[in-house]
Design a protein around this ligand. Structure first.
Ligand code: AP5
Length: 217
């Protein structure tokens, strides 16, 4: 199982990747989560990435490609993976292709999450995240049992710095300009499957399972 979850910010990639990767027994590899952990820990990578992330820009390709190469070298990635938020540019997709070739592996499918812009804005501006275990909630669509407190680990929930409306609009523009060209890139390789990203989390999950071929279509 080697999948890429592709889609604009707020499309639900993280929500679905966390559950499905666990169900399939492979790691969820989220470059966003890895970068936020580095920022929180104050590592050189975190200090380098923070400015880009806070203003909604992409972190430079060479930094991200090195991060992924290091992650792929860990033993759990040999079982497969769900890539969440990587690749996001053509150079990243080309680097992923080379990396997999070196490992004698190939991508099984790229799942595109299709969600309208007003819905993305509503989701991101209402998202609350757990800084400890990375669980995500939404103030109205998916609230925690106790307001402001993570159901899983009890930490205080926070709003991501890049989920303020002006930064969300920048991120949506970055997706259109820099990431949308990947749709054609993977379509030409026969790997792209579009999944409607609106509706209940459970119904979308069932459609992803079908698209990934883990249940009959
Ligand atoms: P990253 O963390 O990857 O952000 P993103 O791609 O913008 O994605 P999000 O995490 O915002 O959204 P999501 O699709 O995971 O949605 P979620 O499931 O949380 O990246 C952050 C930054 O890091 C980037 O801007 C960049 O600076 C840097 N970066 C990361 N990767 C990089 C790369 N490869 N190259 C360069 N830079 C990189 O859901 C969103 C909300 O909607 C939640 O509140 C959730 O509860 C709710 N929700 C989910 N599903 C539903 C549903 N079906 N119905 C209603 N609400 C729902």
């Amino acid at each position: 199982m080697r999948l890429v979850f592709l889609g604009p910010p707020g499309a639900g990639k993280g929500t679905q990747a966390r559950e499905l990767a666990q169900e399939w027994g492979v790691p969820q590899i989220s470059t966003g989560d890895m970068l936020r952990e580095a920022v929180a820990a104050g590592t050189p990578l975190g200090r380098q990435a923070r400015g880009y992330m806070d203003r909604g820009a992409l972190v430079p390709d060479d930094v991200i490609i090195a991060l992924i190469a290091e992650r792929f070298a860990q033993p759990d990635a040999k079982r497969g993976f769900v890539l969440d938020g990587f690749p996001r540019t053509i150079p990243q997709a080309e680097a992923l292709g080379r990396l997999l070739e070196e490992l004698g592996q190939h991508l099984d499918r790229v799942i595109l999450f299709d969600v309208s812009e007003p819905e993305l804005l509503r989701r991101l501006t209402g998202r609350r995240s757990c800084p400890t275990c990375q669980a995500t909630y939404h103030v109205t669509a998916a609230p925690p049992r106790r307001e402001g407190v993570c159901d899983r680990c009890g930490s205080a929930l926070t709003q991501r710095e890049d989920d303020r409306e002006a930064t969300v609009r920048t991120r949506l523009g970055v997706f259109t300009e820099q990431t949308a060209p990947l749709l054609d890139y993977y379509r030409r390789r026969g790997l792209l499957t579009r999944v409607g990203g609106e509706g209940s989390v459970e119904s979308i999950r069932a459609n992803i399972r079908r698209a990934a071929g883990t249940v009959p279509a």
